[in-house]
Every structure is written in structure tokens, then in C-alpha cells.
Design a protein around this ligand. Sequence first.
Ligand SMILES: Nc1ncnc2c1ncn2[C@@H]1O[C@H](COP(=O)(O)OP(=O)(O)O)[C@@H](O)[C@H]1O
Ligand SMILES: [Mg+2]
Length: 367
Amino acid sequence: MALSAVANDAMLPRLSLDKITCAFGAYTAVDNLDLDIMPGEFVSLLGPSGCGKTTTLRMIAGFMKPTAGTIAMDGSPISSAAGALPPEKRQMSMIFQSYAVWPNMTIGENVAFGLKLRRFDRETIARKVKEVLETVHLDHLAERYPAELSGGQQQRVALARAIVIRPRVLLLDEPLSNLDANLREEMRFEIRRLHDAFNFTTVYVTHDQSEAMVTSDRIAVMNKGKIEQIDAPYTLYTRPRTRFVASFIGRTNLIEGTCSGATIRFDGFSLPRAAFENGGGHLAGQVQLSVRPQSVGLLRAQPAMDNAFAVQSELVERAFLGESWDYVVAPVGSGLRLRVAAVPSQVFEVGDTVWLVLDPQQMMVVI
Ligand SMILES: Nc1ncnc2c1ncn2[C@@H]1O[C@H](COP(=O)(O)OP(=O)(O)O)[C@@H](O)[C@H]1O
Ligand SMILES: [Mg+2]
């Protein structure tokens, strides 16, 4: 690591968005949103196109004022409907989807630009540019022009330019969406590495769930201008609270159950209430359950164990995805169709009788 990390965590800012709304005329793009980002945390805003991610990020950066609500940095208000601290006074850097590197400047000049604006002397600028270019593995290309670089390298220039001024907050808006798949995967780790090395508080906007999962301490899943759930990646995946979150983070089966005394009835089969989390105490009336394809087992014959919840089914569709089989299975006498993920060696044919093995502990209630 060429640049030394900021030693003092206390210097890292906490960001608090308090009941932030942003309306464009009659349309509410961001709707009464609360979000607390801890010093040094990496938080992603994840959601489908149009859900208000960029608008939220632009308000954090100071490019836009909220219609209502307050954004505070370390407890001091920086944005409200009444006014906003200008972007250049926030010690934040923002990186956009279009790399926005200047084509008529060399890589070195691109990275030096922010330092020149800040009136550093020539020697300091040269040293800082060299250090940061080493950090993003571009030191050998300092004299080149952007057109002579690949997309991935240009995105590294954009990163170098953002971090050379040592911002306290790094804001990234879909920074990898113009890159091809392999490079995207590599750059995810790179961005997390830079976050750890330089100690920013980072807010990362993406519609790509794996990008958010690889990089983030917590992910805020957004839908229609609101945050539906904010949690660590593992918690979001295993304990989604809403149908939207369950379906947006990975794939899932949503099935409806009816609670009736000691039994939860599904279309074509039943499971004992006591087998669910907390003894099923949280289940009442009609419930929606999220069942991950990975949490369902498939067997060729009825299992012998008494405590396995196995449902006789027919295999109705299959696709081989390389890393796994994607099966569609229909319980006998049921209108349900469940997706099941199985390891490549577990081969079934369409039409086979199979036993679906359900784990009620992994069937999560969603609203
Ligand atoms: N300047 C604007 N004027 C009017 N509508 C806008 C403006 N900017 C964004 N919107 C609308 O607000 C919604 C959220 O936009 P945006 O924050 O860019 O979504 P995302 O980044 O999640 O794709 C979209 O429906 C978009 O069309
Ligand atoms: Mg956007």
C-alpha cells in the first residue's frame, strides 16, 4: 500500500439522513427516508432502476437539496430544504457511472487536477499523484491519455482522482456498470480494498445485488423511494422481511400458508407449527413465506428420518447453470411450483418422482 491509511477513526464522519423527502413536482422520488451511516462504514443503496438511489446520493453529495428532512454530518446539518453546504465544502468525492475523466489530459494530469485546485505545490502534487496511481496499479500509465486505456483502467483513473484529495466520504453511483462482467467482479474487491485502506465512510449505489453483497457492511434495499430493509448481506439474504427484499436479494419461492392450530397448511401439504422458528409463535392467520431454492432438498426416495418434512413431488422443469441445477418441482396434488437449486451431481429428469425436503427453520415470514 503506497498511501498510509488515516490512523484516527474519530476523523471519519457519521452521516444521518433524517426523514429525507425529494419531490419532483407531484412525483416523490425519495419518500421520508431515514438512514444512519456509521463512521467508516460501507453502505450500499440497492434497488431497481428509478427507486431513488441516485437522488439520495446527490442529496448526500450536496448537488441537490431535499424537499423536506435534514442530512447531518457528525451531528451538524449539511442539507435541508432551507439550504445546503456546497459539495466542495463537504470533504466528499463522488464517482459516476460514466467515468468522466478528461480526454485531453494525461492520466497523471487527470489525477493532479483536484490537487492543483487546492493549491498544493508541484512537488507535493507529483508525490501524491505517484502514490495514488501506485495504489490503483496505474503508475506505469501516468503519461498516457484516457483514450489509450481500457474501460477498467479509466474507471481506476476516476477512483484515483476521487481519492487523491483524501475525502472523508466516498460516494459511488453505479461505478462498474459500464465494465464487462469479469472486470466488474475484480473491481468490486478493489473498491472494498480502497475503502479499507483509506478509511472512508462509503455510500455505494447499485442495482446489482452481488456488487452490494461483496462490498458492503450493510445494504439498504430501496423500493419506490423508501428503504424496505437495511442489514448486513447475510442477514438480508437469510432473514428478508418483505416479499420485495426476498425476491430482490437472490431468488426465492414465495408460498402462502394458513395457520390452523398446531398445523400450517400449504397447497397440497402441511407442516407442524412447532417445527418453525420460535415454535411458530409468530405465525397467525394467512402468512407469506420465503423459501430459498438453496434451502430445499431433493431426494429420489422418501427419507427414513421421522423429522424430515418430505413432500412427494414431480420434477417438471430443469436447467443446468454450470454451478448448480435449477429445478422446478410440483408437489403431488398441489398447484405450487417450487424452484430448487441442486449440486451438479444431483441429476434428475423431467417427469421423475422426487421428494422435496423442506426445512421450516429456513422458511421466513415476509410481508
Ligand atoms: N431532475 C428530475 N426531474 C424529474 N424527475 C426526476 C429527476 N431526477 C430523477 N427523477 C425521477 O425520480 C425517480 C428516481 O430517480 P433516480 O434517483 O435517478 O433513481 P435510481 O438512481 O434509483 O435509478 C425516477 O422516477 C426519475 O425519473
Ligand atoms: Mg441511478
